[in-house]
Design a protein around this ligand. Sequence first.
Ligand code: FAD
Ligand code: SF4
Length: 323
Amino acid sequence: MKSFEHMSPTSVQEAVKMLSVGNARVIAGGTDLLGIMKDGLLPTDRVVDLKAIPGLDKIREESGELRIGALARIGDLASSALVQQKAPALAAAAFAVASPQIRNAGTLGGNLAQKVRCWYYRDADRADCYKRNGSYCYAIFGQSELHALFDGAACFAVTPSDTAIALSALAARIVVAGPKGEREVGVDDFFIGPAVDYMREVALAADEIIVDVRIPSTWSAQPSVFLKAAPRKAIDFARGSVGAAVIGSPVIQKARISLGAVAPTPKRATASEAFLEGKRLDAATIAKAAELATEGAKPLANNAYKIRLTQGLVRQALTRLAS
Ligand SMILES: Cc1cc2nc3c(=O)[nH]c(=O)nc-3n(C[C@H](O)[C@H](O)[C@H](O)COP(=O)(O)OP(=O)(O)OC[C@H]3O[C@@H](n4cnc5c(N)ncnc54)[C@H](O)[C@@H]3O)c2cc1C
Ligand code: SF4
């Protein structure tokens, strides 16, 4: 690995200043960044380690919201009684991440900001992929089993984060700190697709840090679920996933459904959400909402299986919410 400088700020402001220099990157648990650096995927001269900043790992209820610091470990989210009670979809998504070792080191901020897992991007020999500043997408004519059904442009890599899908269903907001102070961004705007910028997955400037994730009381008090399909129970990234939350019983007033592993960002199933409003979750309604979830999908050569997989996950998720 190329040598780099390691900085250990003790405040967010100090960290932001350290990030303004050259190829500096935030490091939290290091479970993604260190692999990226070893493989030379992102030039890095300096890592700014957030772990010495006090208070960034707190999970608490404040102003009626569930608030989670960016340094909260994924394992702590999965086992937190507060998260299980207020945001069951997020606790389930955290539990579905990787393995106990990675959940014990990896943090919520890192899970949201991790780079894509496209097998071409991560292959040292494919330096000319668009996402590595090149001029080619291997997935378009290559092996596309893991790639996007929706919203692919130059790049078809899907968002790898399980927690992002649950947070999208829960209408979370991300608090970001930068040189001008803090700003809040809705989770669906935090993830950016390749049509906006295929080099970045999230709306973070180089000198910005995720400090907090907030789930509003409107959604945190409601039933929610997260389901994931992957070849193995541990270590595997999702081939499909769904986060779903509803307000109203037995008649649905509002629903939020977010799909994972089918788009470069969490993909809201807006046609299903609109269809569910004012309806009871009976078998016919659930079946129709599941079918609508993949409306507009445009499969590549090898990923059409994700359509039925995703519909099945939505059906299961809504069936659970109905019971
Ligand atoms: C074998 C394996 C299996 C995996 N399986 C899954 C899975 O099934 N589901 C899943 O969701 N994930 C999975 N992951 C990804 C894993 O969850 C992430 O590596 C982890 O969540 C990253 O957290 P971290 O704290 O270690 O981040 P780091 O590695 O420290 O950072 C990751 C990225 O986020 C940035 N970053 C970190 N914190 C912040 C912050 N506060 N503000 C701004 N930027 C920040 C870093 O600069 C870096 O670019 C897997 C990883 C591995 C290695
Ligand atoms: S899908 Fe994206 S990351 Fe993968 S080869 Fe194409 S441009 Fe590169």
